[in-house]
Ligand binder design. Structure first.
Ligand SMILES: [Zn+2]
Length: 322
């Protein structure tokens, strides 16, 4: 394998373009969103214009950002589900020992990518519409949840990880929804093709995916959170992309629109209780493993284009489909 050097910002731009192609909103919706931002940007003045993140004009994924070292050339990258201060210190330690790692890709957002996580929730209007939830209802609870997420992340220590990367001189970017869109599209296509009849069949076909097989080593394999092996799968919905989970109200609407089973990366307690109430089967496929799937598919594309080398970090399992 020949490895090439590429500027981090080029790699980021590539990942964003690939993320757009897999987006459940479709390209028209994304263009409209970016046009709206362009208009808003034109109207800004003073410090608000000065400090505006111009990447937002081309990048609809506000949780997938260049964090530090955009112009630096990279060849070998550490990829982790969570890359925070401790992981950057580990990377620096490995460099001290002679490992030539040039930079890092964090899946979960850090810095301004985390501060803006609420923005990507809006794409879940379309994942809901795709399972026949009326758009007005989807918009109403996505808007509410997006506001709650914004309030929740607002007080976070967002400069911490970027500052660590800067002090240790480690180029860093986060690729969250740009990668999760790949996981969403993959699992949707895969399960539509396999068409499992019972939940037990669904569990079996999930375990044919190498990342889910790997997860068994840590007892974090696919698990039934609600329902029973004997239940029929019926109409499927997927919780794989769109930042973070929506409020539990959505489950009642999903039940009304005919959803029988949700395959989710993970699900919180109040959502599971609501799924019990609504008699919706829930299969949690696994968090680290599902996040790895999205990253792997995106990294395969980047590898083809730029030949980068990858080091597994922090919960990420590299599986190549090339
Ligand atoms: Zn995740």
């Amino acid at each position: 394998m020949v490895f090439f050097v590429v500027k981090l910002k080029k790699l980021h731009e590539f990942a964003i373009e690939e993320g757009k192609k897999e987006d459940p909103r479709g390209s028209d919706q994304i263009s409209k969103l970016l046009d709206k931002r362009e208009d808003e940007y034109e109207d800004l003045e003073g410090v608000k214009k000065e400090k505006y993140d111009e990447d937002k004009l081309n990048n609809p994924f506000d949780d997938s950002k260049l964090i530090f070292g955009a112009d630096r050339e990279v060849e070998k990258l550490a990829v982790g589900i969570d890359i925070e201060t401790q992981d950057l210190l580990l990377l620096d330690r490995l460099r001290e020992k002679g490992e030539d790692i040039d930079g890092a890709i964090a899946h979960h957002p850090v810095g301004r990518a985390l501060a803006n996580l609420h923005e990507v929730l809006k794409l879940q209007v379309d994942t809901l519409v795709n399972v026949d939830v009326p758009v007005s209802q989807a918009e109403s609870f996505v808007k509410k949840r997006s506001k709650d997420v914004m309030n929740g992340t607002h007080g976070g220590n967002h400069p911490r990880a970027p500052k660590t990367a800067e002090l240790l001189n480690i180029p860093l970017m986060s690729l969250h929804t740009a990668a999760d869109n790949h996981a969403h599209q993959f699992i949707k296509d895969y399960l539509e093709e396999k068409d499992p009849y019972k939940i037990s069949d669904l569990m079996d076909v999930l375990l044919e995916i190498p990342e889910y097989k790997w997860a068994l080593e840590y007892d974090m394999g696919p698990t039934i959170f609600n329902g029973d092996e004997d239940n029929r799968v019926g109409k499927l919905a997927y919780d794989y992309t769109g930042g973070t989970e929506l409020g539990k109200e959505r489950l009642e609407k999903m039940a009304q629109s005919g959803v029988n089973t949700i395959v989710a990366m993970h699900m919180s307690k109040d959502q599971i209780e609501e799924a019990q109430e609504q008699n919706i089967n829930v299969v949690a496929s696994g968090h680290m493993s599902s996040d790895s799937i999205g990253l792997n598919i995106l990294l395969d594309k980047a590898k083809k284009e730029f030949g980068i080398d990858i080091v597994e970090f922090s919960g990420f399992k590299r599986v190549s489909r090339l």
